[in-house]
Each structure stands twice: as C-alpha cells, then as structure tokens.
Design a binder for this molecule. Sequence first.
Ligand code: SAH
Ligand code: SF4
Length: 381
Amino acid sequence: MLKLDIKSQSLEELESVFKTWGEPAYRVKQLLKWLYDDRVSRWDEMSNLPKTLREKLAEGFTLGTLELARKQGARDTTQKFLFRLQGGALIESVLIPANPALYGEVSDRHTLCVSTQVGCAYGCKFCASGLDGWRRNLLPYEIVEQVLAVERWRAQQPGLEAPKPEVQAVKPVSGAAVPVSRFIDNLVIMGMGEPLANYDNLLKALKILNAPWGGGIGARKITISTSGLAPQIRRLADEPMQFRLAISLHGATDATRNLIMPVNRKYPLSELSAACDYYQEKKGRMITFEYILIAGVNDALDQVTPLANLARRLHAKVNLIPYNRVDGLAWERPAENVCELFLSALERLKITATLRREKGGDIDAACGQLRLKTEGELAVA
Ligand code: SAH
Ligand code: SF4
C-alpha cells in the first residue's frame, strides 16, 4: 500500500491514528513539535518519542523532505529555491525579504512564494510555468515542506542569528504550549501552477500551515492568487478561513483577456467578477487585481477605464507589474514611462494602485522561469 506522508495529515487524522495505536494524546503534540517547530527530517531525531512509536510511525508514514537542487540570489535580496521532488520533478519557491504591503497586509519580514503544481494546464501566453503543460498536482506535504525546507536552509546558514521568539506568538493547542519562531511570516500562493486547480490539496496544506499546532501563519497573511477559476473562488468564499485573494487579471475587457489567458473563454469577466463579488460579500475583505503590463498587448490607456470600473465595483486594489521576459516568448515589458502613465491614469480615477519594480527580475524570479532554465540546461547536458 502506498504510504501517506506525515505532513499531509491533519490534527484530527493524527489523533485518530494514535488512538487506534493506543498512544496517549500528548504524543501527538510531541510529534507536531518535531515536525513544524524543529523541522526534523528523520524519525530518529524525535528523541522524546519511544522507539516503538517511532517504528510504528516509520511503518505507517513517509517523512518526506524537499531536496534543494539549486538556489539563486543573495541573502538580503530575493532568493529563489529550486526543489527536486521525489520522482525527480522540479518546483520553485521564492523568498522575498521585507516585503512592503503588497496585498493589503502589514509590511512583513519574510514572504515565501509557494508552488502548487508541477507545470500548469492553464497556458497563459506570457507565462513560463505553462510552457510545458501540466504534470501533476503537489501533495499537501509538498506544499507545506516548501516553507519548512526554506527555514531549514536558513537555519544552516553561518552567521545568521536564530529567528527571534517574538516573531510569532502562537496560541497553544488545548493547553499545550507550542512555541514557534517562524522565519517566514507571509505566504503568497503564486509560484508554479494554478492553486485553485489543486483545491483539496492546497486547502489541506494551508490548514496545516495556518494551524496553531502546525505552521502558525495567520490566514490573513496568506494570499491565494488565481487566474480566475470562478467556481473555486466561490468555494473558497465558503471556507471559514480569511485568506486574501488576488486575481491575475491582466486585461480589463474580454477581448484583451481572451488574447492572453485561455481561462477567460471558460470564465469570462462577467462570471469572474460575480464570483469576486461573492467572495467579497462573504469575507468583507479587499481583493487585489494583478495586472502585468505587456508592451503592445494590454498597456494601452483604453484598458484604464474598464479596469478602474471593475476595481471600483469590487473594491479591489490594483498591483501593476511590468512584465518579466521569458526565454522563448516574444513578449516584452513596456518602457518605464508607459508604466508610469498607466499608473497615473488609474490614480486619476481614484483607484488604489501600485507599480511594482519587479524584485528578483535578474534571477529569473517570475514563476516557472528557473525551472524552465534548469530543465533546458539538463537537457543539453
Ligand atoms: N496560477 C496563478 C498563480 C501563479 S502565477 C495565477 O495565475 O494567478 C503568479 C503570478 O505571476 C500571476 O499573476 C502571473 O500572471 C504572474 N506571472 C507569470 N509570468 C509572469 C512574467 N513573465 N512576468 C510577470 N509576472 C508573471
Ligand atoms: Fe498557470 Fe498562473 Fe502561469 Fe497562467 S499565469 S499559466 S494560470 S501559473
């Protein structure tokens, strides 16, 4: 029988397994501390668990970790991690230090951009992640592990002090103190893949990362980005967690959006905006529109009025992002003054908007780029 990974398990699932094993409940808490606080990668490191229990755990579950295949970027700038999964596939996570409040959150210390699939089936014309199509969904633990693996990497860096205990005050679970010093305190689900197309695994992973007994990262500090899967946006609105939602809009009319995002033919703007309305009604929180500016495609001023109308109706904030070139694709970023003009035209219409100077543009930080490059190099080798 195929074993499940221990970091794909919810608290309830672990409690029920421990119960059938006749293990006391406090053992679950000890296990969780080893997994999410100490981030151990071997069963035998769990020194306060009896050997017999460790053997039962090893028999019943895998304890999977991600292998760091490549890393780019300096310590104080955006850093990109390329991880190899079991089976060999590559995924990316990007660590963005001291992020200014991009999605309405408070300015934070460390944001991690997390992948949810190997490749992507949605084939947006400008994006590196979709170039080779979709290979598979990530399992919950492979999403969770991106956070733990980056923190494990950091803990091994010479000269870096240990994270301060006050970084995250985590509520104890039923009386048990679980002191967590989380290095990563914000997540953006904007790496490779379409998160809402891997809905169940994503939600399970985010519940683990959010839970006081797991990652302890507040739901309001987790932003899920989608290319516009309207039914899943509604489903997300019905969940109890208060995640932030970002919509990759990139076009304010169906004509422009259809040109670059095939998903718009399935869920055109009328359906997408109705789903956003619903999200907003249920959650009462601000949505963010991401709008990549691509030269000659969606950067003309005729997009500004429809974009402003949509943003106003949905109380959305607009993040303008100059396009990051992708090898093999013909798209280009507009000149700086074109981006500035677009921004000021939006602001004149009283829309809250920011123009991002893409961090990490020089290290292939746009989603899917490092993986594509590495696979290309491996193919040549
Ligand atoms: N599939 C989801 C999340 C991953 S993509 C989504 O589409 O929202 C995360 C963001 O990166 C999206 O807004 C996407 O449009 C953007 N992106 C992709 N390729 C890019 C590029 N070359 N330059 C700038 N942004 C890019
Ligand atoms: Fe997939 Fe998002 Fe890239 Fe579109 S932009 S291909 S949905 S990862």
